[in-house]
Design a binder for this molecule. Structure first.
Ligand code: B12
Ligand code: SF4
Length: 538
């Protein structure tokens, strides 16, 4: 016997859900049967009736969690015997989400081993309440298990089984850009990033970056390339290169065996001339580096980056001199910052002549230092359910005035295009005073699509992919999503200590002070760091 596991993925046509695929690869290795289904234009309820899964699995980011929770509650009502398993960032950093009706189990952190242990236990009809990394709802109580150790050798994990995606939709094989990760972990403490939040879960072992061997990474790329078109390799880990030695070894093998342009995330202030040369020589076409803010106080005291501005500027200039496309990340609307700070950030991007000046609206994701700072200083009420599915639309934070909030949200939409055409700056300063409107968002999307198809990513979309991208500028997406359901309100369940099996906390109402307790802990200011995270699609 094996468990049948159905993975549900919203927007399966975007970047591959690498995390969920890694989990599925390990489940398949353990003998379980996995399937992936997308939601757009597809009735998931019908898929569940057809496949009759034992486990319904999904990974969610904060904001999108509401969508998944609504659907999970609906499916659980129809199929009460199915176990629903939620993983990914929201479950990791806000495991209390297990109190939502319809969710049976949440997985914190890396899900490969916990999911296998869970499915093995379910298969054998054994007790599954005490599995490391899982919070399990059982008989009206929540069993909160501690973190399990991290897998030391990433080369031991099976390659993500992308064929499961292609089995659902064969056209996904044709995507010209495919994603890979070469390492996990990050030693830096940036307050807006999930990495320090994972240090809270795993301890210092998360700071010790685990790196795959060049042979293992190249082996996966070759396998993917043999299965379908591949024009650009997208490396999606937090920081692609820490050591020149690894880069040299990797570069030699990659040039010889793959030879395709690649994209990766880097810290510009870590760059040396030698690293930059090796990057360019090995095929690096585009790097995503964080500038984040021009303001040193915000950078050091609020974002906890401690990144030296002179080193950052030198790094970006070196990358540009080497002919590498620089895709910069910036954060607007940082708590305690002002519109003037964000305009200076725009000017810094212009000064550095970055190739694409991406920006996001500062979002206080659960478990991060910035969310604690925002709650503590009155910029956020701590309601993570109010966070939007995307940080490209509206800010969930409070500003000095509504007028300033609107101007910052507008600036965000016009940021990249103004950085590309600096003569627009005086006009932009006027336009951002207008009420928010769909034209700004359309301009934001259009510029993004044009740049990504031309300069930023050298992929060659086919006609269908190009049409789809263009249509998305006007908010048109193929296929309606029939799976949208309201998210149910969370229940008030007691928490149990798995070691003693006794109730340790009485539930939400009794823990009303928990937010304040949480808010008082801040990420220590003990190291430098910078943002890396590129999101290949607003
Ligand atoms: C690549 C990437 C993207 C890609 C692809 C996302 C995708 N389809 O998976 C794109 C560009 C599309 C993207 C978009 C967004 N992203 Co993004 N993204 C990343 C990034 C850089 C890497 C993700 C990755 O592949 N990691 C490697 C794999 C191995 O790790 P993993 O995904 O965490 O998976 C492990 C566990 O989480 C767990 N797991 C994952 N899924 C499941 C499912 C089950 C059932 C189980 C049991 C376990 C499990 O097991 C996995 C294996 O160990 C991360 C940061 C990072 N370095 O992780 C941010 C990150 C995940 N993104 C983030 C955000 C906010 C977004 C957006 C909301 C941004 C936006 N538009 O506003 C969107 C949402 C899109 C979406 N559909 O969810 C945040 C999430 C924060 C939060 N609390 O939710 C992160 C953590 C970055 C950050 N800001 O700190 N993203
Ligand atoms: S923002 Fe970048 S450097 Fe900072 S903790 Fe996250 S991944 Fe590491």
């Amino acid at each position: 016997m094996a468990q049948k596991v159905l993975f549900i993925v919203k927007e399966i046509g975007g970047a591959e859900p690498i995390g969920a695929l890694y989990v599925a690869g390990c489940l398949a290795q353990a003998g379980h049967d996995c399937r992936f289904v997308g939601t757009r234009g597809n009735d998931v309820e019908r898929e569940v009736r057809r496949y009759r899964p034992d486990v319904i699995a999904f990974g969610a980011t904060t904001g999108l969690h509401r969508y998944y929770l609504g659907l999970a509650a609906h499916l659980k009502k129809l199929h009460p015997k199915c176990v629903t398993l939620m993983g990914g960032p929201h479950a990791t950093f806000y495991p209390e989400v297990v109190q939502t009706p319809g969710v049976d189990v949440v997985c914190r952190g890396e899900g490969e081993d916990a999911a296998v242990e869970l499915c093995d236990a379910l298969d054998r009809g054994e007790d599954h309440r005490f599995i490391g990394d899982l919070w399990v709802k059982h008989d009206g109580k929540v069993y909160r298990n501690a973190a399990r150790g991290l897998r030391r050798d990433l080369d031991d994990i099976p390659f993500p089984p992308r064929e499961l995606l292609y089995a659902y939709d064969a056209t996904l094989r044709d995507r010209p850009l495919k994603s890979f990760t070469t390492n996990r972990g990050c030693p830096f403490p940036c307050s807006y990033c999930f990495n320090p939040a994972l240090v809270d879960h795993y301890g210092a072992s998360w700071k010790k970056v685990r790196i795959r061997s060049p042979e293992n990474v190249v082996g996966e790329i070759q396998k993917v390339r043999a299965a379908g078109p591949l024009h650009v390799v997208g490396f999606r880990e937090s920081i692609f290169v820490y050591a020149t030695k690894w880069l040299r070894e990797f570069g030699e093998l990659y040039r010889r065996e793959v030879g395709l342009p690649y994209y990766c995330h880097l810290r510009a202030d870590m760059m040396t001339e030698e690293m930059v040369e090796l990057l360019a020589w090995s095929g690096c076409h585009t790097v995503n580096v964080g500038i984040e803010t021009a303001d040193e106080r915000l950078s050091n005291e609020v974002l906890d980056r401690h990144c030296r501005m002179d080193k950052l500027k030198d790094g970006i200039r070196m990358l540009k001199r080497a002919g590498i496309v620089v895709f910069a990340d910036n954060i607007l609307g940082i708590p305690s910052g002002t519109l003037e700070d964000d305009l200076r950030t725009l000017e810094l991007n212009i000064e550095l002549d970055v190739d694409y000046a991406a920006s996001t609206l500062c979002t206080p994701y659960p478990g991060t230092g910035i969310s604690r700072y925002a709650i503590e200083h009155g910029y956020f009420d701590g309601n993570f359910d109010a966070i939007e599915p995307s940080y490209y639309t509206e800010s969930p934070l409070t500003f000095r005035s509504e007028r300033e909030k609107r101007a910052i949200e507008n600036l965000h939409k016009l940021f990249a295009i103004t950085a590309a055409f600096p003569a627009m700056l005086p006009l932009t300063k006027k336009l951002i005073r207008l009420p928010p409107n769909d034209w700004f968002y359309a301009a934001f999307r259009a510029w993004y699509v044009v740049q990504h198809m031309t300069d930023v990513m050298p992929r060659r979309p086919n006609r269908a992919q190009a049409m789809e991208a263009l249509a998305s500028v006007f908010g048109i997406y193929g296929g309606r999503d029939p799976n949208v359901r309201p998210m149910p309100a969370p229940e008030d369940l007691p928490f149990v200590d798995p070691m003693t099996a006794t109730v340790v906390s009485l539930g939400r109402k009794a823990r009303a002070g928990a937010g304040a307790e949480h808010a008082s802990v801040r990420t220590p200011d003990d190291a430098s760091g910078m943002e890396e995270i590129a999101h290949a699609g607003p």
